[in-house]
Design a protein. Structure first.
Length: 427
């Protein structure tokens, strides 16, 4: 079979479903498959759980479907991404000890207080939503009695594919305390006495972890020599999908919230603003997230109304309104103010003008966000690629470009699964 018929698989496992893409060596998408996941189970005091076995069933389904659609292509490698800070405990054979705690589970308050006593102020392992806090919470709830692996969603699924558990990557391990500058687990973790939990061996995203397990390959229909690579987080994969690889290239995600990422030649960490950095081969991915974003727009307008009203906006003119759109009080980035109240008054009689003001307000927050990142040590953005639902709003794109004063364009690729595949192609 010729080299031109070689392809890789990118697999994205989210909160509501998973998606697999087959991507050729030239970057063309060959086939796609997806499956839904059961809804998360919520519990008192902020609990959000899923069953790891549900993830594995969905992964097997999408990969089986994908293989059928790739006849004539040689699949050589698979890389996956999954939700950041979703964790579970399992035995050395990969058998889960209980449910997984999802990224937005907020019950680990007691564990977070313990971590705060030992972790440096800049550590992403601080806070009840961190991987480390949730792993300690699970230890207290499940009370493991023997050697137990503490893994992330991506780590466990990679283990299911290889039949070997206990590896992770730089990106998923960041919120468990892994130091991306020294590429090691820091000594302050010793004070927490994690036993009987064992943290994973951490490698660079995209590292070859070995071939797929023979029984898994046979059951799904994948090649026996398919290589399984260390994964990444979903948000990082979405950035990788855009092809943003040079310092000064920025990626704005206009989803429910406003997330800013920029490539930097140095790490930037500012916990008071929720800013931290992921290590990449070519540098660092610095990011921060505002509570503003598309969720505010959905409070007032349907998708159809957003489309029709946006078409009536002149993006070259100011709305005359001074808004700071938020769904509720509190902001962390680009300002850190837990009491900051939404500012969306006065509301004009015209829905067009009101939407204009909201879009403009979010764009000003974006501008302030990149200014904040620059003040903290990141480079100034030279170009902004946009992902998320708001990327398709051409009027908003033009409005943002005017206020930001630099080129803004929707990313040609923004699926996290494509970013995982891109990571596989680069190996």
């Amino acid at each position: 079979m010729s080299h031109s018929r070689v392809a890789v698989i990118g697999l994205d496992v989210g909160t509501s479903g998973c998606r697999a893409l087959a991507v050729a060596a030239d970057g063309a998408t060959l086939a796609e498959a997806q499956a839904e996941l059961p809804a998360s189970k919520t519990a008192d005091a902020g609990g959000v759980e899923q069953q790891p076995q549900d993830w594995w069933r969905a992964v097997q389904t999408v990969l089986s479907d994908l293989v059928v659609r790739c006849t004539g292509w040689r699949l050589t490698a698979l890389c996956l991404d999954a939700t950041s800070a979703t964790v579970l405990l399992c035995d050395t054979q990969g058998q889960p000890l209980g449910p997984a705690l999802m990224y937005n589970d907020s019950r680990a308050l007691e564990a977070a207080a313990l971590i705060d006593r030992f972790a440096p102020p800049e550590s992403p392992a601080r806070g009840a939503s961190s991987s480390l806090a949730k792993l300690l919470h699970l230890r207290a709830q499940l009370r493991p009695r023997e050697t137990t692996l503490a893994l992330h969603q991506a780590d466990w699924l990679t283990g299911c594919l290889t039949g070997r558990f206990g590896s992770s990557d730089w990106h998923n391990s960041l919120k468990a305390g892994f130091d991306p500058q020294t590429l090691s687990w820091p000594s302050w973790l010793d004070a927490l006495d994690l036993a009987p939990l064992h943290l994973p061996r951490v490698v660079a995203p995209g590292t070859d972890l070995g071939p797929i397990a023979p029984e898994v390959a046979a059951a799904i229909g994948l090649p026996a020599d398919l290589r399984i690579l260390a994964g990444t987080t979903d948000s990082t994969a979405a950035v990788l999908a855009t092809g943003a690889l040079t310092p000064g290239t920025a990626v704005t995600s206009l989803g429910s919230t406003l997330v800013l990422k920029i490539l930097s030649d140095r790490p930037v960490v500012a916990p008071e603003y929720g800013v931290y950095s992921h290590r990449l081969e070519a540098g660092w991915l610095v990011g921060g997230a505002s509570n503003s974003g598309g969720a505010v727009l959905k409070q007032f307008f349907t998708p159809q109304a957003l489309q029709s009203l946006s078409a009536a906006i002149d993006p070259n003119r100011d709305s005359g309104l001074d808004y700071y759109p938020l769904c509720g009080s509190g902001e962390r980035f680009p300002v850190n103010d837990a009491t900051l109240a939404p500012r969306m008054q006065p509301r004009p009689a015209s829905d067009v003008q009101f939407l204009h003001g909201l879009l403009e307000g979010i764009a000003r927050i974006e501008r302030a966000g990149y200014a904040r990142l620059r003040a903290l040590g990141a480079p100034a953005p030279q170009r902004i690629l946009t992902i998320g639902g708001g990327a398709g709003n051409a009027v908003w794109t033009r409005l943002r470009a005017r206020l930001l004063g630099i080129p803004v364009e929707p990313a040609r690729q923004q699926q996290a699964a494509y970013g995982a595949a891109r990571l596989a192609l680069e190996r």
